[in-house]
Design a protein around this ligand. Structure first.
Ligand code: FE2
Length: 292
């Protein structure tokens, strides 16, 4: 079966309005559940207006959903986080009842440390005990959505050799119906930032575990951010997909034998009226590559 083409919805009315032609072209929508929540009176999470709006768009355009969370924090081992994890999963179950997610992923990493929420996921030590912690969280989440997975993240520091990550992912994803969301811009970004070869990382990966591919663009950091003026590639989803990422996509696609979807990611606030046709062309290009 040919994989489908998806687009990420963002909680921004102007973004959704501008990109309406793109939304009409998508086979599925990817949503980040946490962007559809707000704090309720009792301190728990309740749906915000975008929860309703995303559901309305799905109904109007007859488009199904996949879930891509940011705060499952599967790598947080701290027992003090268990209550938050249970509340998070309960909220995901309530969202699943509304959106009927085809599959559900989050980022590999820890997004909560010492009971504090982090802006970006932190890298995990790539040992067996940590693989088991993440694996058990994924298996627990299968009580809500049968097909679950993790995305290879961008990290700005690492605990170990980046080229060992594909092996760590294989240990994390040892249970049935646990999958990889392969973000190719993240692979390319990491390769540049650590001075490694993206192809070497992909050659070590079991691509049969890939359920979804992410394509996006980014930019380089400002030279003033680091004292030595060095810049880093950022996973910022705010520009066109680079040629190098398209090349990785075409190269790796035949190996992803169980692929179900390819999602174009774009950040709200990064699209002006003049960019819409370019985003539309990217979605069409994904479809063309998938058709071969
Ligand atoms: Fe991604």
């Amino acid at each position: 079966m040919t994989a489908r083409v998806g687009f990420s919805l963002q909680p921004d009315t102007e973004f959704l309005g501008l990109l309406e032609p793109v939304l009409r072209d998508a086979d599925y929508f990817e949503i980040t559940p946490e962007t559809t929540w707000r704090r309720g009176g009792d301190g728990g999470w309740v749906p915000n207006g975008f929860h309703r709006e995303f559901r309305r768009l799905g109904d109007e355009l007859h488009t199904p959903f996949v879930g891509h969370a940011v705060h499952g924090s599967f790598g947080t081992a701290d027992p003090r986080d268990r209550e938050r994890q249970a509340a998070w999963q309960q909220r995901i179950a309530a969202d699943h009842a509304v959106f009927d997610f085809q599959w559900f992923t989050d980022h590999l990493g820890a997004a909560v440390l010492d009971q504090r929420a982090l802006t970006l996921p932190i890298a995990l030590p790539m040992h067996d005990a940590m693989a088991q912690i993440v694996r058990e969280r994924l298996v627990a989440l299968q009580q809500v959505v049968p097909d679950v997975g993790v995305e290879n993240s961008v990290f700005y520091f690492l605990l170990g050799d980046w080229l060992d990550e594909p092996d760590f992912l294989a240990r994390v994803l040892a249970a049935p119906r646990t999958h990889l969301l392969l973000d190719l811009h993240n692979v390319w970004t990491m390769a540049q930032n650590v001075g490694a070869d993206a192809q070497a990382w992909l050659d070590r990966l079991d691509c049969s575990r890939v359920i979804e591919i992410h394509l996006s663009g980014g930019e380089r950091s400002q030279p003033g951010w680091l004292p030595d003026g060095r810049t880093l590639r950022l996973d910022s989803h705010d520009h066109a997909v680079p040629d190098e990422v398209w090349a990785l996509f075409e190269e790796v696609l035949p190996r992803c034998t169980n692929l179900r979807g390819v999602t174009l990611e774009r950040m709200e606030g990064s699209v002006a009226a003049g960019d819409v046709s370019q985003v539309q062309a990217e979605l069409r290009r994904i479809r063309e590559v998938l058709r071969g």
